[in-house]
Design a binder for this molecule. Structure first.
Ligand SMILES: C[S@@+](CC[C@H](N)C(=O)[O-])C[C@H]1O[C@@H](n2cnc3c(N)ncnc32)[C@H](O)[C@@H]1O
Length: 211
């Protein structure tokens, strides 16, 4: 299955997934990330935040009412337009920008992508020098050919690039010292892996080492 087909499957288009997290409160980015985006943005000069797989974009929209921030949201789904946020209805796979951000988030979005590691590499290249990234990933759904786990290889590169991985939150986060480079080739997405740690059906990702 190619990635265009993947984005039309019921796993990715699943209408029961949580797309409505706000900035703060019980169903929020702050709760999922263990980090206050608002407090962080308020400390930046000329603050900017790119939220990938933003769902309905509630967190971005709330931020737009609370400060003078550059806010960009990317998701496959259509949403109501609102002032103050630059919305892109497109796949993260196709999204490109030359802009650099203070903060790039992908809250429970990589679970639905085929090439999760390629997305992480792109994210790490969209940050200002002191910028921070936050992305959930279930390493139990990332495989090397033959179905061995890619977790060790992924975590090695994450740490070499100065990032942290929180096992309890399944979260890669921090300010990378350089762009991530996993040196793996994406092979295929697998819909047969079933639910991940969130309880929702998710996408497995297979990689091979280039010759
Ligand atoms: C679990 S929801 C999380 C939404 C939001 N981050 C939140 O926490 O409220 C995952 C989102 O990823 C989006 N998504 C899945 N595959 C995508 C892709 N290839 N490109 C962009 N968005 C994608 C889905 O449409 C969905 O809105």
């Amino acid at each position: 299955m190619n990635e265009d087909e993947l984005e039309r499957t019921s796993v990715v288009a699943n209408c029961t997934m949580n797309r409505q997290r706000g900035l703060e409160g019980p169903n929020s980015y702050e709760k999922e990330l263990g980090f206050s985006i608002l407090a962080y943005l308020n400390k930046c000069d000329d603050p900017s935040w790119l939220d990938l797989c933003c769902g309905e974009g509630r967190a971005l929209e709330e931020a737009s009412y609370l400060g003078d921030f550059r806010l960009v949201g990317v998701d496959l789904i259509e949403r109501e337009r609102s002032e103050g946020v630059d919305w892109h209805r497109t796949s993260l796979r196709a999204f490109e920008t030359s802009e650099k951000f203070d903060l790039v988030t992908c809250v429970h979005g990589l679970h639905y992508l085929g090439d999760k590691l390629g997305a992480l590499e792109k994210i790490s290249g969209w940050l200002k020098p002191e910028g921070e990234m936050y992305a959930h990933i279930d390493l139990a759904h990332v495989f090397l050919s033959g179905k061995s786990s890619a977790a060790r290889k992924v975590l090695g590169e994450v740490r070499d690039a100065g990032l942290e991985y929180s096992r309890s939150r399944h979260l890669i986060h921090g300010c990378p010292s350089r762009r991530l480079d996993f040196s793996l080739s994406f092979e295929k997405a697998d819909l047969a892996v079933g639910p991940n740690y969130t309880g929702q059906p998710a996408v497995g990702s297979y990689y091979s080492s280039p010759p």
